[in-house]
Design a protein around this ligand. Structure first.
Ligand code: HEM
Length: 454
């Protein structure tokens, strides 16, 4: 079938490649530039090769919709990548499939409904206030570092019903070590078993141990004494399967690590990039401040009841995630032969879908590289294909935490803007994005805190 398919179809053009490693060296050297050049020079369907693995980059929203939604049964998450992280995520929601995923998803989904999340507003705002209370007028702060610590704290409080103060540093260190090694493995393209005592593997195993310890500490804290609460961990601990058995301890560990990781790094980046972009667009920042003041009136703290009216702020977050999508590349692999964009793909092809490319495609976005929160004010443009914007993925495996992330981002920003303005220190060279697993800023994002009201 694979051979027949290739003969029947017109040949697609792809970038020049290394004879042995294919496109891996060019991809690893400059991921964002490589993806952009592929789209600019080779169109919507770009054939690639990573070592021996056949891959395709799809750049049209309709093809992305086919992969993530319409034909989702034909795909799994790209296995080459995910087997590199099995020891970290285990069988958690991100990595599990089939019945395990279905049951766990059904168990967790209610906790992520917007009405249930509204109850977390107070916790979110309290954590943001604790951070801002330490800010001093005129001081410079590293926004990424602060947002990462803040979202970790919020995730622990809202999802696990815990204050993480003592364990936060260990987790942040494990996240950094884990992400650095996984990203190296991904670019290397060569699978080295975890037991080989390479420097990278040792780093990876150290991160795995840190995650194991963090999950064990969270469980111990939450279980002794166990007080049922409205948090997700409480629901997991109380759940029973068809035979009346509680959730397996290993699976519990996997879900805790998955939620901890997926639930804070990405939101921290969405916040960081929004603050960075607003610091470089004072007119947009002024609109945010005016909106926050008008919506909150005499109240000092935002709450769930304000969310709907903080529209420009939420447009700013959408726009920041368009320009700097925290997840900039999604990988899938087809488990059987399938036709996408009228192209037949033999089973086992890696399909790459890039938010970085599509979110800046001039066919779907006017003035695509400019930060313009107002483009979201009129709602979603019906003329634009649905998957021209997919920061949270799509289809059944869409991000389960998307509403939580948006509520959290808007409430954190409203809390901070109510009292402070964050401005770029001068001179302020642009911060470049640095792709690893997520789209982090290259280096610190330093902004100066300026008090608006006490
Ligand atoms: C701005 C913040 C966030 C962004 C941009 C984001 C992005 C994504 C994306 C793109 C996916 C799909 C990946 C794929 O299809 O391969 C995903 C999945 C997931 N996200 Fe998020 N996420 C964010 C926040 C969160 C939060 C706050 C949580 C949890 C509290 C979370 C938990 C998850 C989980 C568990 C999955 C796997 C879902 C499944 O496969 O069923 N995410 N996220």
């Amino acid at each position: 079938m694979a051979g027949r398919t290739e003969v029947a179809q017109p040949k697609l053009s792809g970038p020049k490649r290394n004879l042995v490693l294919g496109h891996l060296p060019a991809f690893a050297a400059d991921m964002l530039g490589f993806l952009r050049r592929c789209a600019d020079e080779h169109g919507d369907i770009v054939p690639l090769r990573f070592g021996l693995a056949r891959a395709v980059l799809f750049n049209h929203p309709d093809q992305i919709e086919e992969v993530l939604l319409t034909r989702h049964q034909d795909f799994v998450r790209y296995r080459f990548f995910w087997r590199h992280v099995t020891k970290i995520f285990g069988n958690g929601l991100l990595t599990s499939t089939g019945e395990t995923w279905r049951l766990q998803h059904a168990l967790m989904a209610p906790a992520f409904r917007a009405d249930r999340l509204a109850a977390s507003a107070e916790d979110i705002v309290a954590c943001a206030e604790q951070l801002s209370e330490r800010w001093q007028d005129g001081a410079e702060c590293d926004v990424r570092d602060q947002m990462t610590r803040l979202t970790l704290r919020i995730a622990a409080r809202v999802l696990f019903g815990l204050d993480l103060d003592d364990d936060a540093d260990g987790i942040t260190r494990a996240v950094d070590r884990g992400i650095a090694e996984v990203s190296d493995r991904f670019k290397r393209g060569l699978f080295l078993p975890d037991w080989l005592p390479t420097a990278g593997n040792r780093r990876y195993m150290a991160a795995v141990r840190d995650f194991d310890d963090a999950a064990a500490a969270i469980l111990a804290k939450r279980q002794t004494p166990f007080q049922p609460g409205s948090d997700l961990l409480s629901a997991l601990l109380q759940s029973r399967d068809g035979r009346g058995q509680p959730i397996d301890r290993r699976l519990l560990r996997d879900q805790i690590v998955t939620l901890l990781l997926a639930g804070h790094e990405t939101t921290a980046l969405a916040l960081t990039w929004t603050l960075y972009l607003l610091s470089r667009h004072p007119e947009a920042a002024a609109r945010v401040e005016d909106e926050v003041d008008a919506v909150l009136g005499h109240e000092l703290r935002p709450g769930a009841g304000h969310l709907d009216r903080l529209r420009y702020l939420s447009c700013s977050v959408n726009e920041a995630m368009r320009l700097y999508p925290p997840v900039f590349l999604i990988g899938r692999e087809n488990v059987r032969d399938v036709e996408i964009g009228r192209r037949l793909l033999p089973a086992g092809t890696i399909c790459l879908l890039s938010q970085w490319v599509v979110h800046r495609d001039p066919r779907f976005w006017r003035d695509p590289n400019s930060f313009k929160p107002e483009r979201w004010e009129a709602g979603t443009d019906p003329a634009r294909p649905r998957y021209a914007y997919f920061p949270f993925g799509g289809g059944p495996r869409i991000c389960i935490g998307r509403s939580f992330a948006m509520i959290e981002a808007v409430l954190v920003l409203a809390t901070l803007f109510r009292r402070f303005r964050l401005v770029a220190s001068w001179p302020a060279p642009p911060v470049e994005p640095c792709p690893s697993i997520t789209l982090r800023p290259a280096g610190a994002v330093r902004l100066v805190v300026s008090r608006r009201r006490s």
